[in-house]
Design a protein. Structure first.
Ligand SMILES: Cc1cc2nc3c(=O)[nH]c(=O)nc-3n(C[C@H](O)[C@H](O)[C@H](O)COP(=O)(O)OP(=O)(O)OC[C@H]3O[C@@H](n4cnc5c(N)ncnc54)[C@H](O)[C@@H]3O)c2cc1C
Length: 375
């Protein structure tokens, strides 16, 4: 069927065999922890997707990457969420690599050894600003010492490296957002159960506790972000990647439901547009921003475009999943939890930062000519 064919072709190009490996497993198995999907992703060379070719990776463009994420989400929602965290962390490393630091060697190791990066920004408190972490980084002699906790943190049980947002005081006494890169085996790192719902449990989004974890100062990148939460160029880039990869993955989850409707017996006579149009249009918006990333400057205006695509995808997902569940009917609902699982998992897009409600004031301010803040 000519649905998801571009996306599956991109997935096969960059991660040969992954689509078939995922299609071979029951959804319920893929979505429970520990999920075989994470090992299959490593085996297919997935970790190197955004590592530039000069460091031995696949060097996928934003457009190729969002197509891959949609295809992954259509087979395994948890893997799409988990790998969004990995890919956007890799993209951050690529952005930070200026030739003088350790980033180049790290990128090469990620591609060569299929290492997985987790990304800990959230700290388990509703209302917390994602750019104002409570985890502290203190300089002590020739090391930086980290203390605090990150939750939920996807890939917590499979990560090789953790990227974590921390607050660090600079030489002028100003508290700044910094991003620390920490080997998962470092003394003082502990993973504790946190995720209590079966929905997206395969993403391993548990709590990572850091107690007096020592890292080399070269592994902590200080950003320009202070208490006003205006993202600097590194954070604009990070959010751009994050919003697009995430949205594509969740559109993939909704697309899995669409695919079941299109493939059900007797559906050939149906008008397919009520199932197709919203998700396809939402993906086109994601692709438009991904294309712009290839040939336009990465400004806060482009980030607003990415957020627009994401929030409109949330609405598209809500409409499409409702329509699809109705089309599949009551007997499908009674006889298998797959349809309702996919509908519920696809709603997860709503819960990632920055939530739409939080961005109301910042978007209004941006429209009025002020710099974009992340709510
Ligand atoms: C599947 C999954 C995996 C995840 N994995 C990770 C991960 O690996 N790493 C990570 O860092 N995080 C991860 N997260 C966490 C996520 O990033 C969020 O930080 C977390 O879900 C935010 O929780 P919240 O919605 O309760 O908080 P909030 O974003 O604070 O929102 C709570 C509610 O209050 C409203 N609200 C809050 N503030 C305002 C305001 N100022 N104005 C108006 N309304 C407001 C929001 O709109 C929302 O309705 C994951 C989340 C999910 C769902």
């Amino acid at each position: 069927m000519n649905f998801l064919h571009h996306e599956r072709a991109a997935l096969e190009t960059f991660m040969p065999g992954l689509d078939a490996a995922l299609a071979d497993q029951p959804l319920e198995r893929l979505e429970s922890a520990p999920s075989p999907a994470i090992q299959a992703f490593r085996a297919a060379g997935g970790p190197g997707l955004l590592v530039p070719a000069e460091h031995g990776g696949s060097g996928a463009t934003p457009l190729q990457a969002v197509r891959v994420q949609r295809a992954v989400g259509a087979r395994c929602p948890s893997l799409a969420v988990a790998t969004t965290m990995h890919h956007f962390s890799v993209a951050g490393l690529v952005r930070a690599a200026d030739g003088s630091g350790p980033e180049g060697a790290l990128l090469a190791a990620i591609a060569r050894d299929n290492l997985l990066l987790a990304s800990g920004f959230a700290e388990g408190r509703a209302g917390q600003n994602i750019l104002k972490p409570h985890i502290t980084a203190q300089r002590r002699g020739d090391v930086v010492v980290l203390n605090g906790s990150k939750m939920p943190c996807s890939l917590s049980r499979s990560m090789d490296l953790l990227t974590a947002s921390v607050t660090m005081t600079d030489q002028d006494g100003v508290e700044r957002l910094a991003v620390a890169l920490i080997p998962a085996q470092s003394p003082g790192i502990e993973v504790r159960p946190f995720w209590r719902t079966p929905i997206l449990a395969g993403a391993e989004s548990d709590e990572v506790v850091l107690t007096d974890v020592e890292v080399d100062p070269g592994m902590v990148v200080l950003t320009e972000v202070t208490a006003d939460a205006v993202p600097d160029a590194l954070n604009v880039a990070g959010f751009l990647w994050f919003e697009l990869l995430l949205t594509a993955g969740y559109l993939g989850v909704a697309s899995a439901l669409v695919e079941r409707v299109l493939a059900r017996p007797g559906s050939g006579a149906d008008d397919p547009s009520p199932y197709l149009v919203d998700v396809e249009a939402a993906m086109l918006a994601v692709e438009a921003v991904a294309r712009a990333m290839a040939d336009e400057e990465w400004t806060d205006a482009l980030l607003v475009a990415a957020l627009t695509a994401r929030y409109s995808a949330q609405d598209a997902i809500a409409r499409t999943t409702r329509t699809c569940l109705a089309a599949l009917g009551g007997m499908a609902f009674i006889s298998s939890s797959e349809g309702s699982y996919l509908a519920s998992a696809a709603t997860g897009l709503t819960f990632h930062p920055p939530a739409r409600g939080r961005m109301a004031g910042p978007l209004r301010d941006f429209l009025d000519g002020r710099p974009l803040r992340i709510g």
